[in-house]
Design a protein around this ligand. Sequence first.
Ligand code: PNW
Length: 448
Amino acid sequence: MFNKDFIFGASTASYQIEGSIDKDGKTKSIWDTYTSVKCNILDNSDGTMVCDSYIKYKDDVKILKELGVKAYRFSIAWTRVIDENNNPNQLGLDYYINLCKELIKNDIKPFITLYHWDMPQWLEDKGGFLNDDISDYFEHYADVVTKALGEYATDYITINEPQVIFTLGHVYCVHAPATKFTDKEMLQAIHNLLKCHGKAVKVIRKNVKNSTVGFAPCSRPAVPTDKNNELLVKKCYDKYFECKREIEFPNRVAIYSDPVFLGDYPKEYYEEFKGDIPNITKEDLELISQPVDYIYQNYYSGNYYSLEENNNLSMEDFCFGYPEGNIDWLQVVPETLYYGPKFLYERYKKPIIISENGFCNNDVISLDGKVHDPERTDYIQRYLLELERISKEIEVKGYFVWSLFDNFEWNAGLRKRFGLVYIDYRNGNRIKKDSFFEYQKIIKNGGI
Ligand code: PNW
């Protein structure tokens, strides 16, 4: 069991669920551009309709209410609330105000992500994260959002998964905007992104009473196969925070989180990336390390490690009879939710919130009209058991399942389903899967 103020929640993101991509003055984002190119998306789908949440938000809240969550994490589309002249768009803001009001009416706390990957195209055209002024644009955006929503929402996440933004968007080029960075550009972009975070934190503190703030990287912890082997556990910790050029994805934990929580890049960064490092001032580092409230982290998977005879780590490529996720990177490693939080807490010493965790399944509507997804239930139960275990040792504040709905899974399109609620894309029907009712039970019981 978790303690009784533990926050059970569910998570989504704007482009993945809203649809209505050109309503009420919304401008194009890099994902509107990217999806319009044939073959960029596995099934050539896009965000035109998806879950239709821009229209059906009241229905969304009803579903959340039935689920029993105390909190809903969603993201704001920058392109809805700021126009191409960098001015606020009230119609777009109204959507999020109405959503927040509806949530509050139903005793559900909004947790707002400011940036979940949908950069305005007009800003990308000015260089995106490589633009010297990007953090000023982001500060302005955060200012507009928090002035409009500050009285309804107190909890903010500045940026979702910076590692995915850069590695998939600018190294492998399989996500928008798919422009290749050199290492030097990458480090500059990372630094600019961290400044975006810092300036947003400042603005949120200024505009929102009793605010909480954080940012939400993803990571894939090194998980020891033998919890009693201290040397192995120590080596897994070191592996998790390693700062090397060749580690692109999805780790690079320290490079993003050390500046935010510890006030500087790791020592190895200055060695490893010599020659490619941007100009980093003391003021920058102060800005980036504004105090935050939580360590948010998106966790799906980890890697098991054991020790070889010479005491080197060796990755164990096995599964213990767990179901396979229907997407190539999703191996089921439940102890991810034990060792991940443990290691983060040891290093950064702040309360932890799991901002995403969930399972991709090849769901089907059965002849009985229902969606039976025992694998997803199994996944959630096993992961939550590990989280319960670590929550006896460190402060764990909450857990957001990814995702409330099946939605637009980026370059994998609509084929890859992560929802507790099935979306029938032919007619927009929403069907609660078995795992919806299982998660509902878990919430009611306060744990597994
Ligand atoms: C996250 N990995 O992306 C994103 O925040 C969501 O928008 C997305 O829908 C969800 O997870 C499911 O993919 C990730 O390779 C992408 O470990 C890749 C990884 C992790 C998270």
